[in-house]
Design a protein around this ligand. Sequence first.
Ligand SMILES: Nc1ncnc2c1ncn2[C@@H]1O[C@H](COP(=O)(O)OP(=O)(O)OP(=O)(O)O)[C@@H](O)[C@H]1O
Length: 823
Amino acid sequence: MPQTSTWEIDEASASTHGPSTPGSGNNGIMNGANTLPRVTKRCSTSGKTSNIPRFKRPHPPHTSRPHSAILSSSPAVHRKNSPSTSTPTSFANRRLSQQPHQHAHSHINQFHTYNHHNNHHTPVIEEHTTPRASVLNLNQAHQNVFSTRTPPFGSMPNSGTNTAEASMTSSVCAMETEGTATGNSGDELAESRDMVSEMQRRCRIGPSGYPHLLKAKRLRFYRNGDQYFKGLQYALQCDRVKSMQPLMEELMKVLNNYNVSFLIFIRFQTAICDSTALPHGIRHIFTIDGAYRITSVDQFEDGGGYVCSSTDAFKPVDYSRAAEPSWRLTLANRYNRHLETKKLALSVVEPAHENTDFVFPRIIKVIRNGVKPRRISRHLLNKKTAKSFDQVLRELTSIVKLDSGAIRKLFTLSGRPVLTLQDFFREDDVFVAYGGNDKMAADDLLVASEEHKSVGAGSSSKIRRTSRRSTMPNRNESLRHDRSGSVIPDQDQQRLPPLLDEKFKLVRLIGDGNTAVVYEVVDKINQDRRAMKVIARENVIGKEHLIEMELAILQKIDHTFIVQLYDHWFVDDSYYLSLELIEMGDLFEHLRRVRRVPERDAVRMMTCLGQALEYIHELGIVHRDVKLENLLIVKDEYGELGVKLADFGLAAEMPKDFGVLSTICGTPTYVAPEVLNKTGYGCKVDIWAAGVILYAILVGFPPFQSSDGSEQDLFSAIMSGEFSFPSPSWDDVSWSVRHLILCLIHTDAFHRYSAGELLNDEWMVNLGDVDPEYEDWARLFVQSRMHVEEEQETPYEYYTSRRTSMDELSESAGVEFSFSREG
Ligand SMILES: Nc1ncnc2c1ncn2[C@@H]1O[C@H](COP(=O)(O)OP(=O)(O)OP(=O)(O)O)[C@@H](O)[C@H]1O
C-alpha cells in the first residue's frame, strides 16, 4: 500500500463533526458509570442525501483485481465457467472430484414410510389416572369429559392401595377440565380446589394405616411465564426421586406428553406454545412466588406449587389463577353474526378508504382449512397489499385457493374471528381460512405437528415466539450432537429409498433447514463422501416448480465458492440432491462457537461470498436467501477459513427484458428494503444480505433486530436503514470495515455496492490491513453518517440464540411469502 496516497471525501460529509480521537472507537457512547441505557450513534443509510461518497484516489495503488491476493499463496485452479479469471482458488484444491452430472429424474413408485412413535410412559402423572370424580360428588358430565380422552399413557403407582389419593387427584383434573370446557366460573374451580386441598390435608395427617400417602408429596408444577397453563399435578415419590436432576428430566417428559395428549380437549390457544415453553428443558424450579429456587427435593412442600424454568429468570405470573382462554365451538355462528352486522353497516355507508394507520409490514400465515397436514401460505401485508379488508381477502383467496372458492371466514388459532383489516395486525399472525360453506371442526384450530414448522416460521406473535422455540432448539441440538461425533440417524431415517440405498450408505445427519434435511452419505462404489439433501414430500407439495427451479439453476452453476450439485433424483414425491459435502458446518454455527470472527477471517469470507455473488449476478441469477446458515465453512490447505454459498432454494433468474423481480421472499433479518417495499428488486438484494452478514460476523449480532421479536419492528428498522455500531462491541473494529458495511447496507439499491465494488473495496483489497490515512478517512465518513441515539445494550446471548433475533433470520428461510417464483 503506497504510503503517499491521499484520500478525499467528495461530499462535505465530515465537516459537521469535530475531530475525534483516532481509535477512540466508541462512537460517541457515554459510558455512564456502567448504567443503561447507553448512548450510541446510529447511522442512516437511507434518503437521497445519504449517497455514499467514494474515495477519490489520485494514484490507485492497485492495477489489477487486488482481492485475488487473498489466496495467492496457493496455485490457482480455474473452474470451468468461472467468469473471473483471477479467481483465487486455493479452496478449490479441497473440492471433491466431480462426477459428470446425471440429471435423470428417477420416478420410483415404492413409498417409503417413516413412522414416528413418541409414546412416553410416565407413571407419576396424575391426570391419567382413572377418574373417580364421585369422591367429590362431581357430576357425570365431568366424568364424560374424561371418558372421551385418549387412553391414559401413565397411571398412578400403587393404584390399588392409594385409592383415596388417586380419586382426589383425578377429581381435580375433572373439575379443571369441566371448568374449561364449559366455561365455568373460576369461583367454582377455586371452591373445588379448596375441597381437594382439604382432602389432601386429611390424607396427610390421616391414620398411620396409609403410610404410602405420606411418602408422596403432592406438587403442582407450572411453566415459567405461561399464564395459560393451569399446572400439572405430580406425585413426588420421595423414596424414588432423591435428587433434582432426574426429577427435572421426568417433569420435562411429563410436560411434553401432557401437551400432546391433553391439548385437544382443553387447550387451543397454547397448542403450539406448549412444547416450547421450556426451550432448554427444565433447569430451575422456583417456588410459586419466585422467592426461592429449589435446589433439593427435600425442599418441596406437600401441596405446594412450583414453577419450572429453562432460565434462572423467574417470570412473575399469577400461576395459581391461570385459566384457559375460553373458546367455544360456536365460533362460526358468532362469526356469521358479526359478518351480518358488518354487511348491514357497510351497505348503509361504505367508507371510501379504510383507515390503515395501523398497517405495518408483517407476514401472516394462512392455513388452508382441510385434511392435515394442511397447506400453509404466507403473505406479506404492508401499506400496498393491505389497503382494505376486502383487498386482503381477495389476495388471500388467490393465494390460498380453497376448494370451496373465495375465503369467507378467517379465524386466529385462538378462535378469534377476523372481521376487520385491523384484526390482521393484532397479536396473532396465523389464521385458518374457510369458504362460505365450509364447516368448522373442533380441531381446525389445532396445529398438527407436521404443520408446526411452517406455522412457527417467521410469525411475529406470541405463537411465533413460542413455536420458534420448538424448531430452533431441535436444530441446534441435532447439529451439536451430530458434529461432536458420528451419529447414525435414528431408526426411522436409517434408509434411503431402494434406488439410492443401492448407491449410497447413510452416515449421519448433518443439518436441517425449513424444507430439507441433509445427510452425509458415502458412495458405495467409489467411497466418495457426499451430502444428500432430502426435501420430503410434505415440503414438496405445491412447491414442485420451486424445486425444479433450484435444480435448473444449480445445474448452470459451477464455481469454487458455490456448493456443487452432482446429481438429483425424484423418488416417492421426495427430492434427493447429491451435493458436495462441506464438513465444517455453516457460518451460523461457526459464529455461535467463536462469537465473533476476526477481521482477517471476515475479509476472506467476504471475498469468497463476493466472488460467488459476482459470478451468479453475471449469470443473471439472484440468490435471494444469502444468510449465515447458507454459507458453509471451508478451510484451505493453509488452514485459512472461507465460505461456500449453498441453498439455491429461493434463487431466481432476472427477467431477460431488464425487468425486476417482485416476489416477496427471503429471510426477515437479511431482507432488503426494496423487497419489503414491493418496488421491484434485483441482484442488489444479495449485497444487502452480504452487508448484514459482514456486520453480524464481526460482532456476533445482526444490524437490524426487533426489540420485542416482532417483524413489525424488524421491518421498520430495515426500511429506515438505521442501524448502529454500538460500543463496546464495535470499539475494536476498524472504521474501514464499517465504511464498507455502510456501502453494502444502503437502502438505495442504486447506490449500494455491486459485488464487483465489494471486491474492490479498500478494506477487502488490503485484507483488512488498510493504511492509516484511509482508516482516518473512513472514520470521518462513518461518523458523518451517525446521529446520536440511545440504545439499550443487549446481552450477547440475545443475539446468538436462534430463538431470539438470529432465528428471525432463519425462520422464514426458504419459504416464499406469498407469490410464486418468477419465471
Ligand atoms: N452440501 C452440504 N454439506 C454440508 N452441510 C450442508 C450442505 N448443504 C446443507 N448443509 C447443512 O444443512 C442445513 C440445511 O440445508 P439447506 O439450507 O440446504 O436446507 P433448506 O431446508 O433448504 O434450508 P432453509 O431453512 O434455508 O430453507 C444447512 O444450514 C447446512 O448446515
